[in-house]
Design a protein. Sequence first.
Length: 567
Amino acid sequence: MNTNESSGASHFIRNIIREDLEAGKNDGRVITRFPPEPNGYLHIGHAKSICLNFGLAREFGGRCHLRFDDTNPAKEEVEYIESIQEDVRWLGFDWGEHLYHASDYFDELYDYAVQLIGMGKAYVDSLTAEEIREYRGTLTQPGRESPYRNRSVDENLDLFERMRRGEFEDGEHVLRAKIDMASPNMNMRDPTIYRIRRMPHHRTGDKWVIYPLYDFTHCLSDAIEGITHSVCTLEFEDHRPLYDWVLDVLQTPCHPQQIEFARLNLTHTVMSKRKLLRLVQEGVVSGWDDPRMPTISGLRRRGYTPESIRNFCDRIGVAKRNSVVEFALLEYCLRQDLNRRAPRYMGVLKPLKVVIVNYPEGLEENLEAINNPEDISMGTRMVPFSREIYIERDDFMENPPKKFYRLSPGKEVRLRYAYFITCVDLIKDEKTGEVVELHCTYDPATRGGDSPDGRKVKATLHWVSAKKALNAEVRLYDHLFTQSDPEEEGAGGDFLARLNPRSLEVLHDCKLEPGLADASKESFYQFERLGYFCPDIKDFTLEHPVFNRSVTLRDTWAKLQKAGKAD
C-alpha cells in the first residue's frame, strides 16, 4: 500500500488544505503534527489520527511532527514514549528530525504566561480547586468572578514568580487566563493555564514545580513549530475559541488553523486510556500489548499488519459527525491483506488420532501442497504423511445428523493433498466413553486427493502427520466485551461487568505442520479451514511455540453488509 497518501477519497480536511494551497496561504507549506500524551499506549483511534496527519503531510509535500505533550509528570513514563515512537514507525511513518516535546518549550511558555500577566490577561487565583469549580457556573448559569481576579499586575507577577520558585504547595495557587466568566463556552470562563505540581519531570528533572495545562501548551507549541493545520478530534471543537484567543492575544508570529474531525469509535471496545489502564492495573488483561486490547501494540501482537490498519483507516474515512465502526470491518481489512500473502499450512487445534490400518507400517511420504492459491509464485511445499495422523476432533461424529458430511463410521472423506479415507472402527475411553482414536482405510489410487474412477466426496479435511507433528500452544481470541457498546448508559453496572469470559481460549496440545517450527516472529500464516495465525512475538520460542489466532476465515463484515447493518 502506498503510504504517501492518507486516502484516495476526498474529505473536508483535504479540501481545506487544497483551498489553502490554491490561495497561497502559509506560503504553500503544509505542516501537521501528531501530539500524543505519554500517559499510555496508543490505540486504534490514535492510528486513525496518525494516518491522517502523516498521510496529509506526505500527500501535499509537507511534513508531520511527532510532539509529546509531556506537561503532567504524574502520569507520564519513558515506557510510553518509547512505545509511541515504535508504534508510529511500525505503522509506516517517520518524523525524521522533527521529534519534539512540549517540555522543550517550558521556558518560552513561562515567558508567554508572564506576558499575559503583564497585559492584564492572566492572574494568580488562590481559590481551591473545589471553589474554582463552584465559581465556574453551569451550562445554564454564568460563572462568578474570583475575589482574586483583580489583583494588580505587580502582585500577580510576584506570586507567579514565587510559584515558580517553589514557595507554595500543590493547589495553593493557579494561574488563570482572564477572559469572560459569563461566556456560554465553559472553556472561556477564565481557564487555568498553570498549576503547581511539585514533582520531578522525566526530561527537565527538578527545574520546574509549575506546569502549563494542555489548552495553553498546545496552541503555543503549534505556533512555535510553525504548524499550519492543527488537526484534532471533535471533542476539542469547544476548545478552539480558547486556542485562537491565546494566539491572538499574544500575537504569535504563526497562527495555525485548528480543524476537528470525528474520533474513531469501535464496537466491542473501550477507547478511553483511563479505562484501558484500569484493564491493565486490575489484571483483566496481561498488559497494554494483550492481543485483546485495541492498542496498536496489542493488535500487532495479535497478528494485525500495518497495511491492514492503514487500509482500515482509509476505509472509515474522515467525517465531522461521530459514528461507531463495526469491529468486523477491521477484521475484514486484515483478512483481505493476509489472504493474498499468507502462506497456507495445516494445523489441528483439537486433535483426534487416526490410524490408517491398511497403510504400510514404517512408510512415510512427502506430498506436495500449495503455499497460496492466491499467489502461485509462492510455490509449493512438501508435507509428510504417515500411517498415523491427527484430524480435528470436530470433523468426526459417531452419530451424525443428516447434513453432516465430514467423517463418521462408514463414511468416506478426502484428506487435503493426500488420499480418500473411510472410517471403519473407533476406540473409546472406557471410563468416559469419549472417542479417542479412529481406525480408517485409505484408497492408494486417490493420492493427491482425487479419485481416478470419478467418485465424489462431500468433505475435505485438514490433517497433520502424528510422527512429524509440531506440538504447540495456540491462543484463540474473541471480543473482550460481550456487548457492542460496553459503555452503554442505562444497561446497568460497570463496563467491566460486560467482559467476555470467553475472550481467550488457550489450547495446549495442538499439532501443526513441522515446517512451522521455523516460524519467525511477525510472520503470518493461514491454517487451512481455521483462520489466520501468527507466532506470539513475546512468548514464542523454538522450545515452546505459541501461536495467536489473528482472525477467523468467517467474513462477518460481508454478512453485516448483506443484512444492511454496515455503513
